[in-house]
Structures are given as structure tokens and as C-alpha cells.
Design a protein around this ligand. Structure first.
Ligand SMILES: [Zn+2]
Length: 494
């Protein structure tokens, strides 16, 4: 069956909407509040409620944030910016138009490298980055709701919140690539400090448009746009579902309908929502109440100079300066707060332990404690200085590696320092050769058969003896000393 069917190539472009974390809204001085926690309609004024006669004023900080994003995504920053009215009639939009950038967006023609699961990288072009305002939030009550009411509730707290739209070129060819691209954009926005990245709260929204075409052809197929994707997994799964659905439609002789489709998160399917508007339906025209926004060379240069080190640059530097693997460097730079924690620990340990050891302790031990206790790096009680102090104890052989893991766990829950825990629990490593020798001799006396077998050539029994000695000494013996003295003691019994 399969090999007689046409093979299709998925063509995917992503639209990402990101709310900017400014103090005030895009065109008025209302505070930007948490859309979930704040009382509805408490952060509103005549401007963001669309009252007659209101006049918008552009938020300078929002423009600066948009420039940060445009520059970080390698876009050319446009110095002549125009806001336009996008007209449509819907209750979440009290003005009956949205202020947005249409013909002259702030950023054009950028790109972003994404990492794929096989370790390769792929460049995705960014078509444009433009500024606009968010709409209000509608809550539809249906008759099955606990409330007796039926209808729609409107909250205009979100109306007028600065919003950035980032539009990719259709360079993405699978759900996995879509996920990698969206996650990278979110990571960069968080590094830039302009967006919280919370998909659940809707401050970061991803909408893929998806079409397929027979491999070897160049014309685009009819595309569908996916909405309601509240996680990166839903983005990957929804996109994959849509590719499979369209393939089935075409293979059974049907036509793909250009439309907006929703993602059903529990059924894991897409469903038709509405037919897609064409651009001309919006009757865009320049906003007459706002002058063109001119951005000077000096302003662009200042924003560029203040950009933080971005993830890709950090990954390169960690490999070059610290000798980390690409994988470890990616893991440590995934979140800016983790990267900063790591760099602080490194800076507090000028010579030893080396950065590679610190990286291993974070990735192998600290992360599992964070997972176990469901705590982010900002919330944990272990400090970079605390880890450096712990590793210095290992380095000085005051404690061994296994004890250090226990100490770290105790630091994590108690917030105490490593030396305090070692002292209080009597965990200091025993390097005293007399004490260790005594235990070794007792152990060998207790296992004459194993000693005979070892001396007869079963050399892997050394592990058994080491284990017995370590257990006897409650794990505190210096393993290097144990190994050396044990070899000598066994040789003496030949
Ligand atoms: Zn307002």
C-alpha cells in the first residue's frame, strides 16, 4: 500500500507571540499584571479600553525589548517604523482594531540555529519581528460549568500588553524541528529578560502553519494554522498529527481546507475552528494617532552593546575555556540562571576543582536533588560558594567522593555548610594508615578462602576486599590509601 502512495514533504512556518515583561502597557501607563492572578479589569484605562478620543503613546521600553530580540535573532533593525490598525470585530478587542506593525516591522530577515536530536544543527530563517498589542481575554462559560451562568466573560487586563510577533520562514519540516525552534526562541527571550516563557499562562504562544506538498514539487499546498498549543510537547505532537492528517486527506483524493484548527490536549487531535481570514480582510492602514517611530543608529548601538551573552556563545565558550563537552555545555546553558550559578562556582574555585568537575557535580548530583525536591536553581539553599567549599574538601581528601554526595544531599535539605555537616556527622575521611591497616588485617583474617583464591589468581576479588574494608570503616576511608595498603597486605600473605 504505502509505496504506491505519493511521498509528501511537510512545510512549516511558526508564528510566536511573546508578551514583553515591561512595567506598563504598550500604548498607555496601565500596569502589566499577571493575567491569571490579578482581579479581572483592574489594570485598565480609557486607552486600553478603546474609549472614544483616547490617544496612544508608544512605550519606549517595549521598543527597546523588541530591538533586543530583533538583534539577538540576527535581524536587521528597521529605523523607520509604522504602526497600523488591523481591523477586526471581536469582543476581546474593545477598539475593534489592533495596533500592530504591518508593512514596516522593527526586525527583518534574521536567522536562528537550532540543534536537532541527532546532534546536528539547522539554520531557520526569521522573516520578521514586529511589535503589537495583546488583546483582552475571553472566558467562555458553557452550560456544563458549575456556575449557573452561561455566556462569555471579558477581562481587559491583558488588552494593550506589549506583544512581539516573531514569524519564521517556512524552513521547518517536522514537529520535532518546530519544537526545537520554539524552545530556542523561548530560551533566547528568557536570556534577554524580555519574556517569562510560560506557555500555560499564555505569555508565550506558538502557532505553526502547516502544509504538505509532493516531494520534488515547489508550489505550496493549502495550509492550516494550529492554535491552543499550551506546551512544547503539544506543539510537536499537534504538528505531527496535522502532517499525518493532511497526508491522509490527499491520499484519499480529498483537498486540504485552509483553516484554523485547534489542538485537543486530552484527545491529542486537531479539529476545525474557523476558516482562515486573508490579509485583506483586516483592512490595514497606518495608525493616524501615532507618528512614525524613528530609531537612531546610536540607540541600536546602545541596545546591541548591552545584549547579554547568548546561549550559543556560552556553549562555545564553555567548550573552549572549560573543556566541557558540547552536550554538557548545552545542559548548563539551557537556563540562564543555571549558567550563572555554574559560572559563579567556577569563579570561586580559581585553580581547583576544575570547571569540568564542577559541571559534573551540577549535572549528575545537583540536578537530581533539584528534580527530587522539585526546586529550581533560584530556590535551592546550596550556593555556588557552598558547592566550591564541598569540592575543595574532596580535593584535599578530607572526605571521599561518596561521602561528598551524602554531604551535598544534607546541604540541600539543611542549608548547612559542608564543613559543618562533615564535623557534626563525623564524616571526615580516615587516611590514618595504622587504622586502615588494622581493619585490612582483620578483614583478610576473616576471609581466608577468598585470600587463597585471590593469591591463586582470582584478582578481581580485590573489589570484594575493598568493599569489606570500606563498609567496616563506614565509607569514610580514603579509597586510594585502602587500595595501596590492601595490595601490600595481600602480597605479604603470598
Ligand atoms: Zn490602559
Amino acid at each position: 500500500m504505502i509505496d504506491t502512495m505519493t511521498q509528501y514533504e511537510p512545510i512549516i512556518g511558526l508564528e510566536i507571540h511573546a508578551e514583553l515583561m515591561t512595567n506598563s502597557k504598550m500604548f498607555c501607563s496601565c500596569q502589566v499584571v499577571d493575567s491569571v492572578q490579578a482581579e479581572p479589569n483592574t489594570a485598565v484605562c480609557p486607552v486600553c479600553l478603546g474609549m472614544p478620543g483616547m490617544l496612544p503613546v508608544i512605550n519606549r521600553r517595549a521598543v527597546e525589548y523588541a530591538m533586543r530580540v530583533a538583534l539577538a535573532l540576527n535581524c536587521a533593525v528597521q529605523q523607520h517604523n509604522i504602526f497600523a490598525r488591523k481591523n477586526y470585530f471581536y469582543p476581546d478587542l474593545p477598539k475593534a482594531y489592533q495596533l500592530t506593525q504591518y508593512e514596516l516591522p522593527i526586525g527583518l530577515r534574521g536567522w536562528l540555529d537550532i540543534e536537532l536530536e541527532d546532534g546536528s544543527t539547522k539554520r531557520i530563517r526569521v522573516r520578521r519581528v514586529h511589535m503589537e498589542e495583546d488583546t483582552g481575554k475571553l472566558t467562555h462559560l458553557d452550560r456544563t460549568a458549575v456556575a449557573a451562568e452561561e455566556g462569555t466573560l471579558v477581562d481587559y487586563n491583558r488588552s494593550g500588553v506589549p506583544l512581539l510577533e516573531i514569524v519564521s520562514e517556512p524552513d521547518i519540516h517536522s514537529g520535532e524541528e518546530a519544537r526545537a525552534y520554539a524552545m530556542k526562541i523561548r530560551q533566547i527571550l528568557r536570556y534577554l529578560g524580555v519574556n517569562a516563557g510560560d506557555l500555560e499562562k499564555g505569555v508565550f504562544r506558538v502557532e505553526p502553519n502547516i502544509s504538505i506538498r509532493p516531494i520534488g514539487t515547489t508550489a505550496f499546498g493549502k495550509r492550516t494554522e494550529l492554535k491552543n498549543l499550551n506546551s512544547f510537547k503539544s506543539l510537536a505532537d499537534g504538528t505531527a498529527f496535522e502532517i499525518a492528517r493532511q497526508t491522509e486527506v490527499l491520499n484519499s483524493g480529498g483537498q486540504v481546507v485552509q483553516e484554523t484548527r485547534g489542538w485537543h490536549d486530552t484527545k491529542r487531535i486537531t479539529f476545525s475552528q474557523r476558516s482562515k481570514e486573508e490579509a485583506e480582510d483586516y483592512r490595514y492602514f497606518p495608525e493616524p494617532d501615532l507618528p512614525p517611530l524613528a530609531i537612531s543608529d546610536a540607540w541600536i548601538a546602545a541596545v546591541k552593546a548591552a545584549l547579554p551573552e547568548l546561549p550559543d556563545a556560552k556553549v562555545q565558550r564553555y567548550q573552549a575555556d572549560y573543556g566541557l563537552s558540547a552536550y554538557d555545555a548545552r545542559v548548563l546553558t539551557e537556563e540562564k540562571a543555571v549558567a550563572e550559578w555554574f559560572e559563579t562556582a567556577v569563579s570561586l574555585s580559581p585553580s581547583s576543582p576544575d570547571p569540568k568537575t564542577i559541571a559534573n557535580w551540577i549535572i549528575n548530583n545537583l540536578f537530581s536533588l533539584m528534580n527530587e525536591h522539585k526546586q529550581s536553581i533560584d530556590a535551592i539553599r546550596v550556593t555556588p560558594a557552598g558547592l566550591a567549599e564541598l569540592l575543595e574538601l574532596v580535593e584535599r581528601r578530607a572526605i571521599n567522593n561518596n561521602t561528598a554526595k551524602e554531604v551535598l544531599a544534607a546541604m540541600f535539605t539543611s542549608g548547612q555548610s559542608a564543613p559543618a555537616i562533615v564535623q557534626a556527622q563525623g564524616l571526615a575521611q580516615v587516611s590514618d594508615e595504622g587504622a586502615i591497616t588494622a581493619v585490612i588485617e582483620r578483614t583478610l583474617d576473616a576471609h581466608p578462602d577468598n585470600v587463597a583464591a585471590y593469591l591463586g589468581g582470582k584478582e578481581r576479588l580485590i573489589g570484594f576486599f575493598v568493599g569489606q574494608v570500606m563498609r567496616e570503616m563506614r565509607g569514610k576511608a580514603d579509597p586510594a590509601v585502602v587500595n595501596r595498603l590492601l595490595a601490600a597486605a595481600l602480597a605479604a600473605r603470598k
